[in-house]
Design a protein around this ligand. Structure first.
Ligand SMILES: NC(=O)c1ccc[n+]([C@@H]2O[C@H](COP(=O)([O-])OP(=O)(O)OC[C@H]3O[C@@H](n4cnc5c(N)ncnc54)[C@H](O)[C@@H]3O)[C@@H](O)[C@H]2O)c1
Length: 337
């Protein structure tokens, strides 16, 4: 296998995890890390920490993982595209739709491989959920509910909880159902010293009529990452902290004239927790991006494209606009994603 030369930008909470993965990734050599605030460390895991992106570009990387603060993704991404370097950009793609669209254009017009680190798509629980929905195991899907609650992360200050955390929920909801958001309505709450919202409650509608609800915040003293999909035959619950997927089936309906005459609601049926093969999502994400850079067959279809990242940022912007105006916001239906 060709050895790819990889670089990393940002050595904070997420960057350190990427560094660990990239150091052990087959067919990849981590050649340099850029972080002006970590530069005094000299080297981390045997890799030089550099102050400037130009120093990394001088090492001629084949691709770079961008894990600096979200507000910098645009300027860093544009420079990588101009230098012809492939990039895996952490989520969200950018802080607003205009910057995200500029990144789509910069990489797309040059034909450079680029992806977004929407890590939940590589969570075994959500991967299994998506396959089972595609196989029709739930029948018609009625509703997707996500809860992503936890304590305040001291590190985030450039964006609020909608861009930082709710973009996970927006992306995974559209991805597991294969349906884009067409409408959102939201309320936000602000408590911290940060200039942005810390709590959001969103209701949404997908292109095929599925309704959604998302509770996302940094103001909860326990951590929760739950997705509940309810449909014709019961409900799936995916817990992406433990990577568990459970199915609660509707009980079988009594047969008889009365039951045919009127819908009588659902009852409890069997519950099944599926045995899943659990691989670390960040490792799978990095393997897939490496394969896309290598140009392996079908690999480009397994990464999250910048267009999909842009769509998620557009929905996040609509959520923020709705919270500001107290009105629901419609999004153009851009087809199944
Ligand atoms: N996929 C996920 O689950 C996930 C989880 C956490 C964070 N993230 C994303 O990763 C990105 C970083 O988040 P974080 O939590 O690691 O933040 P962080 O604040 O912990 O780390 C950011 C790092 O970037 C460095 N930095 C600042 N300016 C820089 C520059 N010009 N060049 C290079 N480095 C620079 C900072 O010194 C810091 O070390 C954000 O976009 C965030 O949304 C994704």
């Amino acid at each position: 296998m060709t050895t790819l030369r990889a670089g990393l930008i940002g050595l904070g909470s997420m960057g350190r995890n990427h560094a660990r993965i990239l150091k052990g990734l087959g067919g990849v050599e981590l050649v340099g890390i850029v972080d002006p605030q970590a530069q005094d460390q000299g080297a981390v895991m045997g890799v030089d920490v550099l102050a400037e992106l130009d120093e990394l570009l001088a090492l001629r990387p084949d691709y770079v993982v961008v894990a600096c603060p979200t507000a910098l993704h645009h300027q860093v991404g544009l420079r990588l595209a101009e230098a012809g370097v492939a990039a895996l950009i952490e989520k969200p793609l950018a802080k607003d739709p205009e910057e995200a669209a500029a990144l789509v254009e910069a990489f797309g017009s040059r034909g450079i491989v680029a992806g977004v680190g929407h890590i939940e798509r590589y969570n075994p629980a959500l991967q299994a959920l998506r396959s089972r929905l595609e196989a029709g195991e739930l029948g018609e899907v009625y509703q997707v509910v996500t809860r992503r609650q936890g304590p305040f992360p001291q590190r985030i200050s450039d964006v609020g909880v909608v861009l930082d955390l709710a973009t996970h929920d927006i992306d995974l909801t559209a991805w597991v159902t294969g349906q884009p958001f067409v409408q959102v309505a939201a309320q936000t709450f602000h408590k911290s010293d940060n200039p942005h919202e810390d709590m959001v409650s969103v209701t949404g509608r997908l292109a095929d009529g599925v309704i959604t609800s998302h509770l996302v915040n940094w103001l909860t003293p326990f951590k929760e990452r739950t997705t509940v999909v309810t449909g014709d035959k019961g409900a799936f619950i995916a817990d992406t902290l433990t990577a568990d997927l459970t199915f609660h089936a509707n009980g079988s309906q009594p047969i008889g004239w009365e039951a045919i005459a009127a819908f009588r609601g659902v009852s409890e049926g069997d519950s099944t927790r599926f045995a899943l093969t659990k691989r670390e999502p960040l490792l799978v994400e990095n393997e897939r991006f490496r394969d896309a850079v290598l140009g392996l067959d079908g690999a480009l279809d397994k990464i999250v494209t910048l267009e999909q990242g842009l769509r998620t940022v557009q929905v996040a912007a609509a959520v923020l606009a709705s919270a500001r105006s107290s009105e629901s916001v419609r999004l153009p239906d851009q087809g199944v994603r």
